[in-house]
Ligand binder design. Structure first.
Ligand SMILES: Nc1nc2c(ncn2[C@@H]2O[C@H](COP(=O)(O)OP(=O)(O)O)[C@@H](O)[C@H]2O)c(=O)[nH]1
Ligand SMILES: [Mg+2]
Length: 377
């Protein structure tokens, strides 16, 4: 069992929207979801994280002192550490050092449901690992050429690195294959003019739950065209008979490292094909507003701000007693404003209870009808 101690630095470089405490709470849920026991945490205020140890000497001493009492065997840092910081910390603390990026990658690895998703996560994990491979052979490298370094006496580190590089190249090839296949299928899909609705949102907002809820009432028709669909895309039929494809996607999260965004580019590119985005928001979460803004930032980074969007407030079963109460709501507090519910751009639901599905389907219908009508002019 991993007993994890969590550490964050609050600096002038920190994102001021997310307090370091909120960020640590989130790190804590990620760690617990990964099976770790969280046994303690602290935040250090610094002008900037230390380039050699991320935190200051005094705080390292404090961590060492608390080892007895907290019995931690892992320390998780709330930022991406440089290979050097990680190595130094490992040496001083003599426990496993994990950073936010590794934890997010671990989370995504557990959640990946498609072949492509798994390839993408593995690629990102290997790319993360490569510069961090060090170890007992370092001293040999420093000696450079000479006895023991020629011919088959190549250092273990070099062998490991070569294996990882080979694996990275193979993963890239495989992903390229998937991509080609996808392009072909996308072309056929275009010919059929089936609109695409994509779920986006913060990690844990309930995208997959909504995907299941919308699919549940449907008989999934076996259609040859869609037989190549991966498990995260389904073809659904609206009450007016119109068909559309719905796609579940990878969750967004704050401090999502660029390396991960790059690995998932293909998946995220699919979003640019979407006719409509459903932005799922966990309205019960205390950081819902920040989660929303983070998602909006990523939507803008992906140049999707002009794609029509319905904001879907989820998990209303945690604040309301029944679907009847949900249908009676006329306004809802959101980002510091009271939003009027009878607005085509928002929907209220509970994905797990199946509340609000009819209304959401109506919203989707009118959006798609409008878009397609515009397209016909
Ligand atoms: N109470 C409640 N829990 C929900 C609802 N929707 C999702 N959840 C829970 O929230 C967690 C994350 O849901 P999931 O669909 O995996 O989120 P995703 O990361 O956005 O795909 C799961 O434990 C779900 O059971 C809801 O409407 N009400
Ligand atoms: Mg999901």
């Amino acid at each position: 069992m991993e007993r994890a101690f969590l550490v964050a630095v609050e600096s002038r470089m920190s994102n001021h929207r997310w307090t370091s405490n909120d960020s640590l709470q989130e790190l804590s849920s990620l760690a617990r979801a990964a099976g770790a026991d969280v046994v303690g945490m602290f935040v250090q205020k610094l002008d900037a994280p230390s380039s050699t140890h991320y935190i200051g000497r005094g705080k390292i001493a404090e961590l060492v002192n608390r080892k007895q009492e907290a019995q931690y065997n892992t320390v998780i840092f709330d930022d991406e550490l440089s290979p050097r910081q990680q190595r130094n910390l490992e040496e001083l603390l003599q426990v496993k050092i994990i950073d936010r990026t590794a934890l997010i990658l671990d989370t995504f690895a557990r959640q990946a449901r498609t072949h492509e998703g798994r390839l993408q996560v593995e690629l990102a994990q290997h790319q993360y690992l490569l510069p961090r491979l060090v170890g007992q052979w370092k001293h040999l490298e420093r000696l450079g050429a000479g006895i023991g370094t020629r011919g088959p006496g190549e250092s273990q580190l070099e062998t490991d690195r070569r294996l990882i590089r080979n694996r990275i190249n193979r993963l890239k090839d495989e992903l390229e294959n998937v991509r080609r296949h996808r392009a072909l299928y996308r072309k056929r899909r275009k010919e059929r003019a089936v609109p695409i609705v994509a779920l986006v949102g913060y990690t844990n907002a309930g995208k997959s739950a909504l995907f299941n809820a919308l699919s549940k009432a449907q008989v999934i028709v076996e259609d040859k065209l869609f037989s190549t669909l991966d498990p995260v895309t389904r073809c659904l039929t609206l009450p007016n008979g119109r068909q559309f494809l719905i796609t579940d996607t990878v969750g967004f999260i704050h401090k999502l490292p660029l390396s991960i965004v790059v690995s998932f580019r293909a998946t995220l590119e699919e979003l640019s094909e979407a006719d409509l985005l459903l932005h799922v928001v966990d309205i019960s979460h205390e950081t819902a507003a920040n989660q929303c803004r983070t998602v909006m930032e990523i939507i803008a980074e992906l140049h999707l701000e002009h794609t029509p969007r319905i904001t879907v407030f989820n998990k209303l079963d945690l604040t309301l007693n029944s679907e009847v109460e949900l249908e009676a709501l006329t306004t809802i507090p959101y980002l510091g404003e009271q939003i009027v519910v009878p607005d085509g751009k928002i929907a209220l639901i509970s994905a797990t209870k199946g509340w609000g599905m009819d209304q959401l389907r109506d919203r989707i219908t009118s959006h798609l009808d409008n878009t397609l009508m515009q397209g016909e002019h």
